[in-house]
Design a protein around this ligand. Sequence first.
Ligand SMILES: [Zn+2]
Length: 327
Amino acid sequence: MATTHPVLALDIGGTKLAVAMVTPDGRTHGFLSEPTEKHRGPEAVIAHLFDMGRRSIAAAGLGEPAAVGISCGGPLDAAAGVLTGPLHLPGWVDVPIVAMAAESFGVPAVVENDATAAVLGEHRFGAARGADIALYLTLSTGVGGGSIIDGRLHRGAAGNGGEFGHVMVRPGGRRCECGRNGCLEAYASGTNIARRAAEALAATDRPSSLRELPAVRAEHVSAAAAAGDPLAAELWDETTALLGQAVTDLVNVFEPNVVVLGGGVTRSGTLLLDPVRAVVRDTAMAPAAARAVVTLAGLGDEVCVVGAGALALDLAHHLDLKGTTRV
Ligand SMILES: [Zn+2]
């Protein structure tokens, strides 16, 4: 039975913290987004996050939340409610975030990998609504993944499944945060697109409009590529080719109904989506390629917050999509 109680959703990103109250219709209220300032360390950042939560509760004017949902990059232990050592938050080792949130807000709390939360949000309220098999890739500070299999959230044994950012696209290639070389994340995260651009500019005297920018970001590369800058076009074509290759592999493995791309890099819109779709169409095995719709996140920048809200709504309803009790 659906409750009318709102929940509080907290998203801990490497660059920004985002919070909102989320109602059972998936809408956000009192949405706030502020810089993470991760150099201040876990204690200060979490105090800031919880303060944002209290401000969001007040701004939303919906009363107290029934539960708190938290999304954060992995690795984490969802069942224990502990951030074991998120790649995007160096030094955050064994942070008992669920217990801290439950104590601070006085209601039950739950944590999941951010991309796992995001696919749940997209499946319930966004671009993957109703899909039996849905895959989600977030292209932001890192590259994360989440999946819905047979209509249910796939979490992995401890909540770390679906790390699509760490499929290998170039053996022996760029170093990845996870310790391997050649992962998708090492090429297609916003951070690494910017790094690759900086490296390419430093390695050559070739003219490029990117040289005029104080700091190159992923969207600068796609925009310059679209404007005809050859160096930017090479970088962007490599990015979309490798992403398309990884999505093709996932399409062949899962035969999904829908693959949703989200995160800051997707602000490049069709400049990202069209070439990735073309690779999948041209190279995935025919039955899977014909079925899979590759599209952009329907929830935009709020996807992780809505996903964390969906988790908290499920917790509040004592409805666990995996079929085990987790409170
Ligand atoms: Zn990796």
